[in-house]
Design a binder for this molecule. Structure first.
Ligand SMILES: NC(=O)c1ccc[n+]([C@@H]2O[C@H](COP(=O)([O-])OP(=O)(O)OC[C@H]3O[C@@H](n4cnc5c(N)ncnc54)[C@H](O)[C@@H]3O)[C@@H](O)[C@H]2O)c1
Length: 340
């Protein structure tokens, strides 16, 4: 079975992918700065097919890739507000860091490189059912650096180096590194905590959505495809498109208690996009297995059972703000001269 090196393996998608890949018999090297803690992958420590490398992607070297067949590149400052905290840092990790990972992979003779891109590259979509050929319109630092990375790595693909990019929809569902800053998860958490969901910006904005375990399935699907099918290809990966207002109702319907929904008027967040997933369906045969009602119920059950992290690190931008503040105060935690 192939050996995967997963950057960002300690993250929301990464921890889910590690579990799925090990379950399918892959060998996994988890490379991460582990900004959200090394404890999240602890349960795999005794698995002989699993190892970790604590490293910044910007310091990746060829010898980190010994014996690796596929590099899955997930590491990034992973949302718009985190991307705005320090635009230079965002470019340095999300654009140049990923290009560095792809360049080192190609130079080391790795056969495959898979990038986690994002549907946010579409920005405010002029049309519905945006396909991979539709114009892009990245509106934020996060979306721009994602798109720049995507363009650069796709251009590197050749007969010896198979490169694919997944433009992931907004992800939801339970993960070991839980994120309560993603729309379905946030609404579910707010409903549980306060019996209320607030819908910002009028609620008519479209969002493409996908369950975190379906993202992990899509990555392993691409890793197993013949190279000629996926080389230099970009795939929209999602399960459905929903208006934010409808999502709030879907969350409410799947919780066993009274929930109030409050819709706030229009705001400055102009991100709205409705995306087609036909290419992934027809080329990869990829069909999602999970949906929003399933995720709302699984999150609710996990919160009720006390088995989900509800702590500060589940809100990405707040956590990075803390780390940046710590950087100003503490020098000792630097890794190879880098704090963030
Ligand atoms: N979650 C979503 O809704 C979503 C949607 C579209 C695309 N994506 C993309 O998927 C990828 C993973 O997202 P996620 O939700 O798992 O995010 P996450 O924040 O949970 O995980 C990112 C991981 O990358 C690590 N990391 C950050 N900078 C690093 C660096 N310089 N070197 C090494 N490790 C570093 C962090 O420690 C973290 O474990 C990202 O590239 C993100 O842009 C996510």
């Amino acid at each position: 079975m192939a050996r995967l090196l997963i950057t960002g393996a300690g993250g929301y998608i990464g921890t889910t992918l590690v579990e799925l890949a090990l379950g399918k018999g892959y060998e996994v090297i988890a490379l991460d700065r582990f900004f959200f803690g090394e404890d999240l992958l602890e349960e795999f420590a005794s698995n002989p097919k699993f190892s970790t490398t604590k490293k910044d992607i910007r310091d990746l070297r060829a010898d980190d890739l010994a014996g690796v067949d596929v590099v899955v590149d997930l590491a990034a400052l992973s949302n718009d507000p985190s991307g705005e905290l320090d635009p230079d840092l965002t470019t340095s990790i999300n654009h140049r860091g990923r290009v560095h990972v792809a360049e080192i992979s190609r130079a080391a003779g790795i056969a495959r490189y898979i990038l986690a891109s994002s549907c946010s590259v579409y920005g405010f979509g002029e049309t519905s059912e945006l396909t991979e050929k539709s114009p892009t319109n990245p509106l934020t630092e996060y979306a721009r650096s994602t798109f720049d990375a995507e363009r650069a790595v796709i251009a590197m693909g050749d007969a010896d180096f198979c490169v694919s990019a997944l433009r992931n929809a907004t992800v939801y569902g339970l993960s070991k590194r839980m994120r309560f800053d993603l729309v379905v998860n946030t609404m579910t958490r707010n409903a549980i905590d306060s019996g209320k969901i607030t819908v910002a910006g009028g609620g008519n904005q479209w969002r493409p959505l996908i369950h975190v375990r379906d993202v992990a399935r899509a990555i392993l699907n691409i890793a197993a495809q013949p190279a000629e099918k996926v080389n230099k290809q970009v795939f929209n990966i999602g399960g459905e498109n929903q208006k934010i207002r409808c999502l709030a109702f879907a969350v409410r319907e799947n919780l066993p208690f009274q929930v109030t929904i409050e819709v706030e008027p229009d705001n400055d967040d102009k991100r709205s996009y409705n995306v087609s997933f036909d290419k992934a369906r027809s080329v990869l045969g990829f069909e999602p297995k999970y949906d929003v009602p399933f995720a709302v119920r699984e999150i609710y059950e996990a919160v009720k059972a006390g088995v989900v992290d509800l702590g500060a690190r589940t809100v990405t931008v707040d956590w990075y703000k803390r780390l940046l503040k710590a950087e100003q105060l503490v020098d000792a935690t630097r890794l190879n001269g880098r704090m963030l």
